[in-house]
Design a protein around this ligand. Structure first.
Ligand SMILES: Cc1cc2nc3c(=O)[nH]c(=O)nc-3n(C[C@H](O)[C@H](O)[C@H](O)COP(=O)(O)OP(=O)(O)OC[C@H]3O[C@@H](n4cnc5c(N)ncnc54)[C@H](O)[C@@H]3O)c2cc1C
Length: 412
């Protein structure tokens, strides 16, 4: 039974994970189940944020089921096929080791590229339209002891107001202060690598092709955006990345062209340069008393396979299903056994995906001739073994294993 002013769920963080969870809970349980999202960036324009993400088929199904994808479909570029090469920086030709045609089902591409700002704006608009309470303030303080002793607890927002909630969701990103305040440690390591991320314009059409070039310093990905534009995720050692982004425009262009090559014609424009340090981190636990972690607050992985956000949406789909099931049975959604179901569902899968991307990065980000032979034989085999490519495509599209309902495109 809720007291006056008490809500069912407070979601700290209105990024992809937080907003998607709020909309899923509203769709599953209606307005009598009260959900608030708190994030200081809510309502602020993100028009100058050029970052883009690959949204895999399962995540697109979830967004379509929630009525969000429809608002961004025109901005999304389907990935129609993908090539993988393994070469040295100065190789004139890049031998292609692997190609994927990009459909998981007839007419359903395995992924789409979309700029984050379109998706965030659509999620925020949907949340507002659904009547979800959005508070433009950070979640600042709470006492884990109070959460242990009662069926609700107070969370203080940065604007000084207090929200009494039965469940707190940490969707506050990789540097989650909620996770820290709850005393949940992180396991993992830095790669000593950083990703340089830029959008470029080019003369020729990419025809929906994504490219992953495994260069000795790490993967260099060219991901197609709407129009004659691509998003580049370019991995280097952190020191080299810092040197490269600080170069004057001409010298930067020359470094870029050496890796981008000229098959899409000349590079016609180069957007703002950003650098992200890369690491692999998983929270020791995804839950605590009346608390659950989702998205980057729970795990950060290497962007080599473009799966970070997709894993976060998988957390969201699993947690929404667990909460909706409990609430429909009249159970307390913040109870430990309910949250444990979520943790069992997601933590193992996260470790598997995290270690797979970690292994991939280690295998490819080096100059060893022996390892180069091993990986090229491996890639050649993937190309030849019947059925294996299809399985890999379905795995990358998030459609393998115990897939939550929303990711299968089913309503909760
Ligand atoms: C170079 C690079 C490329 C990537 N490419 C891809 C890709 O192609 N595909 C993919 O799936 N993933 C990709 N990722 C990963 C993806 O960007 C992240 O996994 C995703 O943004 C995480 O979403 P989130 O909602 O968990 O966290 P965030 O997007 O970090 O959102 C967290 C939100 O919490 C808010 N916040 C912070 N503190 C508080 C607080 N105390 N109270 C309230 N709110 C708070 C912040 O303002 C923010 O809005 C990439 C990552 C990198 C670094």
């Amino acid at each position: 039974m809720l007291r006056d002013g008490q809500i069912d769920v407070l979601i700290a963080g209105g990024g992809f994970a937080g907003l998607t969870l709020a909309i899923a809970l509203r769709q599953g349980l209606g307005p009598s189940f009260s959900v608030t999202v708190a994030d200081p960036t809510l309502g602020k324009s993100r028009a100058d944020d050029e970052r883009a993400s690959a949204i895999v088929a399962a995540a697109r199904r979830l967004l379509a089921t929630l009525g969000v994808w429809q608002a961004v479909a025109d901005e999304a570029q389907p990935i129609l096929d993908m090539v993988v090469t393994d070469s040295r920086l100065d190789d004139a030709m890049r031998p292609v080791f692997l190609t994927f045609a990009g459909e998981v089902e007839e007419g359903e591409p395995f992924a789409h590229m979309i700029e984050n700002r379109f998706l965030i704006a659509a999620l925020e608009a949907k949340a507002r339209a659904a009547g979800i309470e959005l508070r433009a303030s950070a979640a600042a303080k709470f006492s884990p002891e109070q959460a242990t002793a009662f069926d609700h607890f107070d969370v203080e927002l940065a604007d000084g107001t207090k929200v009494a909630t039965g469940l707190l969701i940490a969707a506050d990103g990789a540097h989650s202060s909620i996770r820290e305040r709850a005393g949940i440690a992180l396991h993992g390591w830095d790669y000593g690598q950083s990703a340089i991320v830029i959008n470029v314009g080019h003369e020729r059409d990419h025809n929906g092709r994504a490219e992953e070039h495994f260069l000795p310093a790490g993967p260099f990905a060219i991901l197609p955006l709407k129009g004659q534009r691509s998003s580049i995720v370019w991995t280097e050692t952190t020191r080299e990345a810092e040197r490269i982004v600080a170069l004057p425009a001409d010298a930067f262009h020359a470094e870029l062209e050496q890796r981008f090559k000229l098959h899409l014609g000349d590079i016609t424009s180069v957007g703002p340069r950003r650098v992200h340090p890369l690491g692999f981190y998983v929270a020791r636990s995804f839950i605590a008393e009346r608390l659950a972690l989702v998205g980057d607050a729970a795990h950060v992985i290497h962007p080599i396979a473009g799966q970070g956000l997709n894993m976060g949406l998988k957390d969201v789909a699993a947690l929404a299903e667990v909460i909706v099931d409990a609430a429909r049975l009249g159970l307390d959604p913040g109870a430990t056994d309910v949250l444990e179901r979520y943790q069992r569902w997601r933590r193992f899968d996260t470790m598997t995906m995290g270690l797979a991307t970690d292994g991939l990065n280690r295998l490819f980000s080096n100059r060893s001739a022996a390892l180069r032979l091993v990986r090229d034989v491996g890639l050649g085999m993937v190309d030849r073994v019947p059925g294996l490519k299809r399985l890999l495509i379905r795995e990358a599209a998030g459609l393998v294993g115990e897939v939550p309902k929303l990711l299968r495109g089913e309503l909760l």
